[in-house]
Design a protein. Structure first.
Length: 317
């Protein structure tokens, strides 16, 4: 008995010492908190919307850059807001994935909350400039809803992310809304190509969230976080992921029939098919983290290739 006590006492100390030597810099912590691997989800729909605008010869570089800035800041803002809200609720105490700022106590919760508000505030400011320049006043309400949705994903008394609605909202705002909004501020009207292409980007975005929640499914269940992955169970959530990754290619069929210039987008099947296999057979957190990263890259490749294909339409007529 006496020989076991030093082992129990020394193990935590060794772990703490190891964690201190590996502790990243303050800048590294904030970069990690921004979750850079999710940022392609903001780029993909904007690329599609910009391509759709270019396809009808209405492309505006500065408006596209402004739309991209809004999308990126919203994504970063929702990531910090999620870190803060899950951290203060204690949900992230059950996590087995990458370190979170609030839960790890490496950064004060108030600072993480402030970073979320700053990111969302900057997105609102740039969005307001877009509205003033384009006179698209209806976008004011849409922007306000997007910011509210970013905060209440895991914030507030009844976060919709805890009710299994995260994938739905991600699909809408990082899909049709982002793509069609980017095209609208340039064309001055709703564009069907950006709506359909945006839906494809939305499916990719929802797939990223789904594989993230598959990774955290057991821990979220323990914390009372009823994500869609928790509700569907292990098998059901993997089937849902496969559908989300493959549905963009169903939407790609009419594009390639009408606009052959978009054919290169089919190359992203080289991401999709292996991803379905990886997630369906995954048994470790590492495999799901790999799938999360590759799904994000697949979304980016799909968005850029489809956007470029739509852009080339203007050069064919």
């Amino acid at each position: 008995m006496a020989s076991k006590k030093p082992v129990k006492k020394n193990q935590p100390n060794k772990a703490n010492k190891s964690s201190k030597t590996r502790q990243p810099s303050k800048l590294g912590l904030w970069v990690a908190g921004a979750r850079l691997r999710t940022l392609p989800l903001a780029v993909a729909p904007v690329a599609i919307g910009a391509g759709a605008a270019a396809g009808v010869q209405a492309f505006d570089l500065w408006l596209s850059v402004a739309a991209l800035s809004v999308a990126l800041l919203l994504q970063i803002g929702v990531n910090y807001a999620n870190d803060y809200s899950d951290g203060v609720r204690g949900t992230d105490d059950f996590r087995v994935g990458p370190t979170r700022l609030t839960a790890s106590k490496l950064v004060p919760a108030s600072a993480v909350k402030r970073a979320a508000f700053i990111s969302l505030g900057l997105a609102a400011a740039i969005g307001l400039v877009i509205v003033l320049v384009t006179q698209s006043w209806a976008l004011l309400a849409l922007g306000a809803v997007a910011i509210v949705a970013a905060w209440f994903y895991t914030g507030g008394k009844r976060p919709y992310g805890y009710a299994g609605l995260g994938e739905v909202v991600v699909f809408v705002f990082f899909g049709p809304v982002a793509a069609a909004g980017t095209a609208y501020i340039q064309i001055g009207a709703l564009d069907n190509n950006s709506l359909v292409g945006g839906a494809a980007a939305g499916f990719w975005a929802a797939a990223v969230l789904m594989v993230n929640n598959i990774r955290d499914r057991e821990q979220d269940a323990l914390a009372g976080k009823r994500t869609l992955a928790v509700k569907l169970g292990a098998r059901g959530s993997k089937i849902a992921y496969a559908l989300l990754v493959l549905l963009p290619f169903a939407l790609l069929v009419p594009f390639t029939m009408l606009y052959p210039a978009t054919w290169a987008t089919w190359l992203t099947l080289l991401f999709a098919l292996p991803l379905v296999l990886i997630v369906s057979t995954a048994k470790t957190v590492g495999e799901l983290l790999l799938a999360l990263k590759l799904t994000s890259y697949g979304a980016l490749a799909y968005g850029i290739l489809l956007g470029l294909g739509l852009y080339r339409i203007s050069n064919l007529f």
